[in-house]
Design a protein around this ligand. Structure first.
Ligand code: ATP
Ligand code: MG
Length: 425
């Protein structure tokens, strides 16, 4: 017997038992996004490696150690996208969507990072990302946060997540702060972990993001970025806070929230949960006014965020919503032709119903077993007697109630009168 091939570590199949919850989540997300007037954009999964180096930053975890980078047959370096913002900016620039225009965009799909696989952290994972371009005020930052808050309510997760907020200031604020931080840390270099010591030279702000306990303890007394903010960043942040306060959105200011990508400035935010252990961030984003110019475009204010779909699914699995089964009606028959005819007729009269027609023959008993396993609410039975008399037997599978014989021509109308207590998703 030949050996079976398994999937790549950290890259998961999403099985038919799991996809209904994914579809339920995605349907709610797309509804909420549509309600705010956002348009979908679809980008390739691979991009030139340079795109990510120039946007995410050379000295970040993602670019230093997490990217799937290959040479293609032509010798060009290409990378499986680790996130969507860079590709979205690239696509908008390439197609002239940014010049003198406002855009509200979203996308979804797989992202790839070579990380240590564990619960809530995978090598292929999925994000739903949202980006806006051309709006510089705190109102659009607030809109994005309101939109995510509405989404948590729609998903029944509002009491499981909290909003953390910070401002990273303008590039010049960060430059002044950077000097102060480096001087302070240099005097305490022996207390830093190895990674942070290396970053002291190349990307000192990343040290604020360190998960190392000793470094975290040391940082508690370090100079604070908040003390280096200029008027513009300060008033932007105050404006955002006032809008959130007015909308009744609670938040916590987290001064050590710096995010793992270099392109952010001014607003950064994360939605965090305590219900998933260490992988607690389910949604993260912020403002990146400098990125479009960094990638060769004209100065364009921008703000966006991305949700980790697997982490949201893990949260939803803790209190799953009631889902519509893939098959609601299951047709059992001793005559395949009659069964297919009935199924087609019902798909005409009851559009949207999920009808599975038994194929492959077999005894009445084994067909009924399949009907049961399908999760359908009703079996529609076409036995010898039914066929001879133009009838169908409608047998409830999930709930009490007698089976009924109905004329074939009337079965659609009859089914429409039955009480469906399952949520239609
Ligand atoms: P973390 O601090 O958890 O590594 P990050 O800052 O690297 O997250 P972002 O780049 O901001 O993550 O991505 C946005 C969201 O995508 C995260 O908040 C998380 O929900 C999800 N995410 C990121 N990396 C992974 C992964 N490897 N597996 C599953 N979800 C992920
Ligand atoms: Mg990460």
């Amino acid at each position: 017997m030949s050996r079976k091939v398994a999937s790549i570590r950290g890259m998961n199949d999403i099985l038919p038992t799991q996809t209904p919850l994914w579809q339920w989540l995605e349907a709610r997300v797309t509804d909420v996004l549509a309600g705010y007037g956002y348009s979908e954009i679809r980008m390739p999964i691979v991009e030139p490696t340079e795109l990510f180096k120039r946007s995410i930053g050379e000295v970040t975890d993602i670019v230093e150690k997490e990217m799937y980078t290959f040479d293609d047959r032509n010798g060009d370096s290409i990378t499986l996208r680790p996130e969507g913002t860079a590709g979205c900016v690239r696509a908008c620039e390439q197609h002239g969507l940014l010049y003198n225009q406002v855009q509200r965009l979203w996308y979804r799909g797989p992202m790839f990072r070579y990380e240590r696989p564990q619960a809530g952290r995978y090598r292929q994972f999925h994000q739903i990302g949202v980006e806006s371009f051309g709006m510089s005020g705190p109102d659009i930052d607030a809109e994005m946060i309101l939109m995510t808050a509405r989404l948590w309510r729609q998903l029944g997760l509002a009491d499981k997540v909290r909003l953390e907020l910070n401002t990273l200031g303008l590039a010049e604020d960060r430059a002044a702060y950077r000097d102060a931080l480096v001087a302070w840390l240099r005097a305490r270099e022996e207390r830093l972990d190895d990674d942070s010591r290396r970053r002291l030279e190349r990307n000192p702000l990343r040290i604020l993001d360190s998960k190392h306990p000793d470094t975290r303890a040391l940082l508690a007394d370090a100079p604070a970025l908040a003390d280096y903010l200029g008027d513009e960043a300060r008033s932007h942040f105050e404006g955002l806070r006032a809008l959130l306060d007015a909308a009744g959105i609670p938040y916590v200011i987290n001064p050590s929230l710096v995010r793992g990508l270099d392109y952010y400035g001014k607003t950064v935010f994360e939605w965090v949960t305590d219900a998933l252990g260490a992988q607690g961030t389910v949604c993260a984003g912020g403002r990146y006014d400098g990125l479009v110019t960094q990638l060769g475009g004209k100065p364009t204010p921008a703000v966006g965020f991305a949700m980790g779909v697997e982490r949201l699914i893990l949260l939803l699995e803790q209190q799953p919503p009631e889902l519509r089964p893939d098959a609601e009606l299951y047709i059992v028959s001793s005559d395949a032709g009659a069964a297919l005819r009935l199924a087609e007729a019902l798909r005409d009269t009851l559009p949207g119903q999920r009808i599975r027609c038994h194929c492959g023959g077999g005894s009445f008993k084994s067909q009924m077993k399949k009907a049961d396993q399908s999760g359908a609410r009703y079996a529609l039975i076409l036995g010898e007697t039914e066929l001879a008399e133009g009838l169908v037997t409608v047998k409830p599978l999930r709930q009490d109630g007698e089976q009924q014989q109905v004329r074939q021509a009337e079965v659609g109308a009859y089914l429409a009168t039955l009480d469906h207590d399952t949520q239609i998703g």
